[in-house]
Design a protein around this ligand. Structure first.
Ligand code: 7TS
Length: 413
């Protein structure tokens, strides 16, 4: 079959030259972190070899070049998610740090005793634990929207769980386990009706589909560079400018200040108010190059390619009676993270057998313990796809799972 993205895209990713246990690498763990194209790796080397200097302070040429490239990367990130202006993008370490930034800076300032924070039962721990901490500090409480048998959020329950006490709704755009794409635009409308702000965890959506913060209408969006062909250690928080202006800083230190006196300080405007200390210059710049790369391939093409792959995987896995797949079957309403179990074989055993075949999948709770408790299992195996995956990768996965079945059917139980 001819796919939305040609196989040749793999040639941009040096890691695919690698063999594992003598087999060609089959990488099916992009939901954990994506592989990096040569262009991104070269951008990192170029920064360190040609214009390594600190930003926002140097008067000399190297520092001016580094500052210009760093701020150019911010503009690329802002354009990619359709922010109204680059100043709505704060560089952070990751999605995790971006959510902590909102929870601490906004939450500690605005939440009051008796307020409620609405989350869902499918959140990654990074969109759950920070809210638990801040809620307990402020005397606020958490409420949860559940999901149904197919893995869709039960929106009818909004009637009950979304009230005038709700101050924050924090929801993932796409589940890293079930793959469900949540109807964020609808949730935003309902949340704004009761005066709550909406924080969207875009860790699994921004890398895989076109995302437009103006269309979504969300107040904050958190995402990570390393899941979208960029380096580790860089991510962003988008925030509506008026909200960022009204929020106190998260970290204090150098670079985020205007005037410092012994007892008080004034701060820069957003986003710099939220970027204390030396930022992750090299990785921000290389992330900008990753965004150029994704735009060249085209986000619509990436979404189409992944729909084709996940449809193919769902069809192939259906052939195996012992494989139970979790999450929606409708590829229009799901992304390409695909969690499953093979009869009663532990997912760690599944992953280990697949590793012998050069296949990388993730096994465990994928930082979503409450979701797994809801599913009634301690762990799942998960394959996840990206622009460089092919139907042959899925054929390899299925062949590997047949091997798992053979090996474990021989063990007396
Ligand atoms: N939110 C979601 C939905 C995620 O999938 C992840 C990472 C995060 C937040 C945290 O991102 P980070 O970049 O700050 O770590 N998810 C996974 C995963 O599914 N397997 O490894 C990491």
């Amino acid at each position: 079959m001819r796919m939305a993205i040609p196989r040749t895209v793999r040639e941009d990713f040096p890691i695919f030259r690698r063999r594992v246990h003598g087999k060609p690498l089959v990488y099916l763990d992009s939901a954990a972190t994506s592989q990096k194209p040569r262009q991104v790796i070269e951008a990192l080397v170029r920064y360190y070899e040609e214009y390594n200097a600190n930003v926002h302070r140097g008067i000399y040429t190297l520092a001016e070049e580094a500052t210009a490239k760093y701020e150019e990367a911010r503009r690329k990130v802002a354009t990619f998610i359709h922010a109204r202006r680059p100043e709505e993008v704060i560089f952070t370490r990751s999605t995790t740090e971006a959510i902590n930034l909102v929870a601490y800076a906004w939450g500690l300032h605005y939440l009051r005793e008796g307020d409620e924070i609405l989350l869902t039962e499918m959140e990654h721990h990074s969109n759950l634990v920070p809210w638990q901490i801040v809620a307990s500090l402020k005397g606020a409480s958490l409420r949860f929207l559940s999901f149904d048998e197919e893995g869709y959020l039960v929106l009818d329950d909004l009637e009950r769980v979304l009230t005038e006490r709700t101050k924050v709704v924090a929801v993932s755009h796409q589940s890293n386990v079930l793959g469900t794409i949540n109807p964020v635009d609808e949730i935003v409308k309902r949340a704004h009706d009761v005066g709550a702000i909406v924080v969207v965890d875009g860790a699994q959506s921004v890398p895989h589909m076109p995302v437009d913060v103006q269309k979504l209408g969300c107040d904050f969006l958190a995402f990570s560079g390393h899941k979208m062909c960029g380096p580790t250690g860089i991510g962003a928080l988008y925030g509506r400018y008026e909200l960022l202006e009204a929020m106190p800083p998260f970290h204090g230190g150098g670079e985020m200040i205007q005037l410092v006196q012994l007892h008080t300080s004034t701060y820069k405007d957003p986003p710099w108010k939220f970027e204390a200390g030396t930022p992750n210059i090299a990785d921000a710049i290389a992330w900008g190059v990753a965004i150029d790369y994704l735009c060249e391939v085209g986000m619509e093409a990436i979404r189409t390619h992944e729909k084709e792959l996940v449809q193919y995987a769902l069809n192939r896995l259906q052939e195996m009676a012992e494989v139970k797949v979790y999450g929606p079957r409708d590829v229009e309403r799901r992304g390409s993270a695909l969690a499953f179990n093979v009869a009663d074989v532990h997912p760690h055993d599944v992953a280990q057998v697949l590793d012998q075949e050069g296949i990388c999948i993730r096994a465990g709770h994928h930082c979503t313990q409450p979701l797994h408790r809801r599913l009634g299992v301690a762990a799942t195996a998960r394959a996840s796809f990206y622009l460089y995956n092919t139907e042959e990768d899925i054929d390899q996965l299925v062949a590997g799972l047949q091997r798992v079945r053979e090996l474990f059917s021989r063990v007396p139980r």
